[in-house]
Design a protein around this ligand. Sequence first.
Ligand SMILES: N[C@H](CCC[C@H](N)C(=O)O)C(=O)O
Length: 329
Amino acid sequence: MAATTTSSISVSSSSSLNSSSRRCLSSLVQSRHCSFLRNNLTLNKSCKGRRSFQVVAVSMAPETQGRASFLDRKESGFLHFVKYHGLGNDFILVDNRNSTEPKVTPEQAVKLCDRNFGVGADGVIFAMPGTNGTDYTMRIFNSDGSEPEMCGNGVRCFARFIAELENLQGKHSFTVHTGAGLIVPEIQDDGKVKVDMGEPVLRAADVPTKLPANKESSAVKSDLVVDGETWSVTCVSMGNPHCVTFGRKGEQNLVVDQIQLADIGPKFEHHDVFPARTNTEFVQVFSRSHLKMRVWERGAGATLACGTGACAVVVAAVLESRSERVSTA
Ligand SMILES: N[C@H](CCC[C@H](N)C(=O)O)C(=O)O
């Protein structure tokens, strides 16, 4: 997946601060890099009455062959889906346009997302009918079955999925209702998908975090004790909560490749200062315009990229005076 920075600040996925301090994500969601995994899954009553997923057929459908026929398949009892990823942040996308109820329960999403016994994904995303006049509604279940408000890479995959379902070519944008409000992904002429991720929420209580506000109404470079160590954190919401850290208190240059994410990630995620849990980004600064992040996602664990996380990192870097605001012309 080729990430395309749309600004001079490059993070693991691309993001930019533009003049209205809104954040845009733009990178190639698919074509040569995106794997379209076409599966038919049937929910079977296995032994002891437990539901299990049995993969009926797996094929790497070539780009051209049978695309329309697959998407038109509607056999009852089968879950048809298409798999997308944005910078390796991967999702199972389900055509749910005919119902306001997700076709998969959170419990089934956990099974589908299992990388050993299911299809494997960071989450399941539903393309649903619009709300209050929007074109569509997007809902998402994390791989632990929890439902986040928003997903930056996910909404870009969502846009490509809609274009595929509607057989659209070229530039298109859609109004999408999400848990974080109205989001408008734009498919560019070259296949990249750009999203204005909206205004960050900086008021500590609204992230939400119980950490006291120490810079206007925000929690910036706040002390957070995790497993006996004191970290310096800045809390930002992009519709979903993010805890961004550039290192332990007093630490000059965090080397993110040395972070044991599976060990420390859950301790941040479930820390009692985050009443809704949190996504956590560990950030290494190479320059004022080059940051490297590793992310432990709320409800999904370590992922390869996180769109809302990349935006939160840029906001936190600006709040901590580690980077400049970038205004696009
Ligand atoms: N991967 C997503 C973030 C999902 C966040 C989810 N894990 C949560 O519970 O907030 C993104 O690209 O923005």
